[in-house]
Design a protein around this ligand. Sequence first.
Ligand code: NAD
Length: 417
Amino acid sequence: MTEPENVLLMARRQLATAARYLDLDEGLHEALARPKRQVIVNFPVVMDNGEVQVFEGFRVQHNASRGPTKGGIRYHHHVDLDETTALAMWMTWKCAVVNIPYGGAKGGVRVEVKKLSRRELEKMTRRFVTEITGILGERSDIPAPDIGTNPTVMGWIMDTFSMHAGYTVPGVVTGKPIELGGSEGRVEATGRGVIVSMEEAAKIINLDVSNCKVVVQGFGNVGSVAARLANDLGAKVVGVSDARGGIYNPEGLPIHDLYQRYSGIDGGIHNFKECESVTNEQLLELPCDVLIPSAISQQLHKGNADKVKARLIVEGANGPTTPDADDIFNDKGILVIPDILANAGGVVTSYFEWVQDLQNFFWEESQVNERLSRIMRHAYSAVDQAMRAHKTDMRTAAMIIGVKRVADATVMRGIYP
Ligand code: NAD
């Protein structure tokens, strides 16, 4: 296993590449390479056994030139300040690539979420939100779900913030349950956007989606929906995994059955019978046409990129491919649809949820999905054109578009005072 690169350095390397293409002013490059605000909080929670446990949490706002900052809250034992900052940066470019009026943010708590009871999870969430409440707001910084969090947690965030405000503020967080001002289609939105991106790429590289083999790493919100929608298009999903391991069947897996049993419970998919067990490392090297990494960062690196057999990689996860692996994929002619485009469906539908909350006027699911699909296809086409115009790879092309929009907004607004 290759030693993981610092993920923030990786994000900055990607920015530097785009900056060279754009001939970006040095000072502006420096401003974009740093987050606007980083908050670290340490807070106690009384656990079910009466003991006090102290948690460390983070909220990072990267850039607000194009609008309020937006980004998920992650509960995972690897959460740290650098990773949260890198994820906030990617959110800035992502919102700009799909041209929605947000900057980027990210937050998280370092915690093994499976070790908490539901009551402990709720208390930890409410105390964390209380600690960062001053920098959140429907016009300033709007969280959403990420690894280890879900609509229930978003509902607690909304309630906690609203309790402090003294009135209900649904627009302060997205990915909420529908009953609390959530949007139809939000739960499926990221996976749906991943599959729309896959379809667009397939047209260009002459891949028959209804007759291709797909492997998905991660069977959480993003991965399980992407697997299900790929299956519905006729693709054979031959391999899937979660944190504890994966399963493989070259004839295709019963995805709807797996979805019913394992989505939303995080773990256990390796117990499914009538298929071969594989490790997460082996899963990434399985024979397939499309690989959809939908778990954590830096899964595709210089130690395994050469062994990847897919023709197309669609990044459901944030940062799953290191720059070294990118180089190998480019050399091998494997197309990588980068995270800031491929998984933008989540934030696009979060934007729809926010608009609906601010207007108190709610849309039907078909409207949400149709608008999401239109934005994703439009963004895909713009990135594809930029890739050809600059004769570069797709990640760099997406970065060029995203960074340029943010840089332009920063220059137009001017540096205050
Ligand atoms: P989730 O918690 O719902 O699911 C994560 C999945 O990954 C689980 O199946 C988990 O078991 C698995 N996993 C964790 N560690 C793993 C490992 N080491 N190897 C293999 N599998 C592992 O999270 P999610 O919301 O589906 O997010 C997945 C990825 O997608 C993250 O990178 C996240 O940042 C990104 N993303 C999520 C959204 C969203 O709307 N939820 C939007 C954009 C991007």
